[in-house]
Design a protein around this ligand. Structure first.
Ligand SMILES: [Zn+2]
Length: 178
């Protein structure tokens, strides 16, 4: 990448985690309705950014408060955009992708080749949604995160969810868009 200045909200999304934050605990989280959730320390800017791994607490905060994944500020309906990503699970179509401001999306697309390649441009955020708690656990999780849930329900990400249509298997707002 060469000498690129790392600036949170610009070259590094607010949602991304940093190597100094790679430590995990289980704590109650207000963004998960005070349920137990995966917690990490807050040290944005320390160490190296890990673009592919959203910070667990910031990810939940971004969905719970409709904050922009790039800059971390709140988005308002009507000027709330979103990358249409996700997958179907049963009767739901789910995503962990938080909203984004239009200008922040433009900036991200300019700076990130992966985003340019993925094809689907940001769209207006749908007017209704449901928030679901993504539970974590199992051997793989416990190995990767170095923590044990002890059989308790522990939240990882918050997910945005929409019921899928009977015929297309897609939520209404994606039937025409994709
Ligand atoms: Zn933003």
């Amino acid at each position: 990448m060469g000498a690129v200045t790392l600036a949170i909200g610009q070259t590094v999304p607010w949602n991304a985690s940093w190597s100094a934050e790679e430590r995990f605990e289980i704590r109650p989280c207000k963004y998960a309705g005070n349920r137990l959730a995966v917690w990490q320390p807050f040290k944005p800017g320390e160490g190296k950014p890990i673009f592919a791994k959203p910070h667990n607490v910031r990810q939940r905060k971004s969905i719970a408060e409709m904050r922009c994944t790039v800059c971390g500020e709140k988005t308002v309906m009507g000027r709330r955009w979103w990358w249409p990503r996700g997958q179907r699970q049963g009767q739901w179509w789910m995503t962990t992708e938080a909203p984004v401001h239009s200008a922040c999306a433009d900036l991200a697309i300019m700076l990130c080749p992966e985003l340019r390649k993925c094809g689907h441009p940001p769209m207006h955020f749908p007017e209704t949604h449901t928030v679901l708690f993504g539970l974590v656990g199992g051997e793989q999780f416990e190995r990767d995160f170095g923590i044990s849930t002890g059989g308790r329900d522990v939240v990882g990400s918050l997910k945005l969810a929409w019921r899928v249509g009977r015929h297309t298997g897609l939520p209404w707002f994606l039937e025409d868009a994709l």
